[in-house]
Design a protein around this ligand. Structure first.
Ligand code: ADP
Length: 218
């Protein structure tokens, strides 16, 4: 992946987690916080860390933020600062802005400003935990729409050694297997004759309820 420039504004738990992961992946990350201690704590996890008030246009522009590929507004509790910062970034013409919202109304304002991607960490994490409880064999998922998901599901042991044709997963569960992850390799559009093996992960697409049923097979 080509190196990109990210700026994370607000180095609380959420912002620092994002910054740290991007930095670990070799990306260039500028961390910004109004609070000196937060900046010091985040220093090991970012390329540069600076103390600045992101609601001050001059402070932000002097950091050259308008040249960044992506800016993440990770200010939470201080809704006013979050909104002012998001507006400022939008006016500067930043291509990609991601913002954390702590509630519905906060999110609605960010949406009205035209923020590209709004994250509700508590709500989203709660949903993830519930989904994980409902589908214990599910490792990961992407929400395609309200009703449809792509999910990575651990192969149920009783399907080991069988091929997709005899298992007839599409007809029996209304779920399509679009790929198989095996020993770090990916088999795209597997043939119906493909023999499934222990520890295979099925990449499946379907209705959420059908997928939940499929992932509960013992
Ligand atoms: P979390 O729940 O992820 O820990 P917080 O809301 O506690 O999130 O932290 C957000 C961070 O944003 C804090 O470190 C705070 O100092 C910082 N912050 C708040 N307002 C501004 C601002 N105007 N400019 C820069 N950073 C800010």
């Amino acid at each position: 992946m080509a190196k990109k420039q990210y700026a994370v504004i607000g180095l609380g738990r959420f912002g620092t987690s994002i910054a740290r992961r991007l930095h670990e992946a070799g990306q260039e990350v500028l961390g910004i916080d109004i609070d000196e201690e937060s900046v010091e704590n985040a220093e090991p996890f970012v390329t540069h860390a600076v103390v600045a008030d992101s609601t001050e246009e001059k402070a932000i522009t002097s950091l050259g933020i308008d040249n960044f590929d992506c800016v993440i507004v990770a200010i939470g509790d201080d809704i006013q600062s979050s909104i002012l910062t998001a507006m400022l970034l939008k006016n500067l013409g930043i291509k990609k802005i991601i913002a954390k919202a702590i509630g519905k109304r906060h999110g609605q304002v960010l949406e009205a400003i035209g923020i590209h991607w709004i994250i509700y960490p508590e709500r989203d994490m709660g949903e993830r935990v519930a989904n994980q409880l409902l589908s214990p064999n599910m490792l990961n998922y992407i929400e395609l729409s309200k009703d449809y998901n792509i999910e990575e599901i651990i192969l149920p042991p009783k399907m080991e050694g069988k091929n997709l044709r005899e298992l007839n997963i599409r007809a029996k569960f209304n779920v399509s297997v679009i790929a198989i992850l095996r020993n770090g390799e990916i088999i795209i559009s597997p043939s119906p004759e493909e023999l499934l093996q222990k520890d295979d992960i099925l990449v499946t697409i379907g209705n959420r309820n059908d997928l939940a049923k499929f992932s509960r097979i013992e």
